[in-house]
Design a binder for this molecule. Sequence first.
Ligand code: GTP
Ligand code: MG
Length: 254
Amino acid sequence: MVFIAFIIGTAGSGKSLLTASFSEWLKVNEQNVATLNLDPGVIKLPYAPDIDIRDYITIDEIMDNYELGPNGALILAADFIASEIEKIREEIEAVSPDILIVDTPGQMELFAFRVSGPYIASEISKDPKAIVYLFDAAFSLNPLNYVSNMFLSAAVYMRFLLPQIHVLSKCDLIPREDVDKIIEWSEDKAALEAAINGRLNGDKRLLSYRLSRAIYQLGLNFPLIPVSAKTNEGFVDLNAALERVFTRGEKITY
Ligand SMILES: Nc1nc2c(ncn2[C@@H]2O[C@H](COP(=O)(O)OP(=O)(O)OP(=O)(O)O)[C@@H](O)[C@H]2O)c(=O)[nH]1
Ligand SMILES: [Mg+2]
C-alpha cells in the first residue's frame, strides 16, 4: 500500500520546497517516503526526485516538436503526462514507498483544471490518496485574497473529490499574530466576516462576504495548519492530519 499526497497550490505557494523539507523530515522520522515531480517545466528543484516526469517529457522538446510557445507546451505536456501514467505507476511499484509526496506543476490550473490532473490522480494508484492544498501566508493576509483562495481550494476539491488538507504555507514569513489571525478566520466564520467587514469596502466587501457564506453553506470549511518549509514548523500536525486521512479515511481537512 502506497499513501499518496499531492501538493497543490497557486504558483510560488511553496509546493516544491514543502515536498523537499517534508519528505526529508519524514525520512528523519524513519518513514519510507519517496518523491515524485510532476512539473515538466521546472528547471531546478530543491530535492532530487525519486521519480521525475522530466525523464519522459521535457518542455523544450515539446516546444521544438510542436512549434509551441512555453504556455502551449505546458498545456500539451499536462496531457502527455496522462499518457505516461502506466510507466509512472511501474516506477512507483519499483520504488515501493509507504508514502509518496507528489509535487505538482507550478501553474495550478494545468493540473487541477484540465482533464489530465484528476485522471492522473485516479489512475496513479488505487491506494488511499489526499490533496494538500497550500494557502500562501503572505498572500492570505488580505481577506479578499483569503476568500479567493477558499474558492480555488473549493474548486480543487470539486475536481478531485479526494480528502483535502489545508495548509498555511511559508508561515515563517509573517508575524505570529498574523498567522494566528488567519488560522482564526479558517476556524471561525464570524472572525472571517468581521475581517471582511472591517477591511474591505463596497463591492469587494459584499462579494467576499457572500462568497465566504456560500462556501460555508456548501458544507466546505478549511481549517488551516500553519507550516513552514524553512523551519519545519507544523510538520507534526501535517503528518498527523495525513495519518488521519490515510488510516481512518477522514474526508476533508484535519
Ligand atoms: N521563508 C520561506 N520561504 C519559502 C517557504 N516555502 C517556499 N519558500 C520560497 O518561496 C519560493 C517559491 O517556493 P517553491 O517551493 O518553489 O514554490 P512552488 O509552489 O513549487 O513554485 P512553482 O512550482 O514555481 O509554482 C522559493 O523562493 C522558496 O525558497 C517557506 O516555508 N518559508
Ligand atoms: Mg514548484
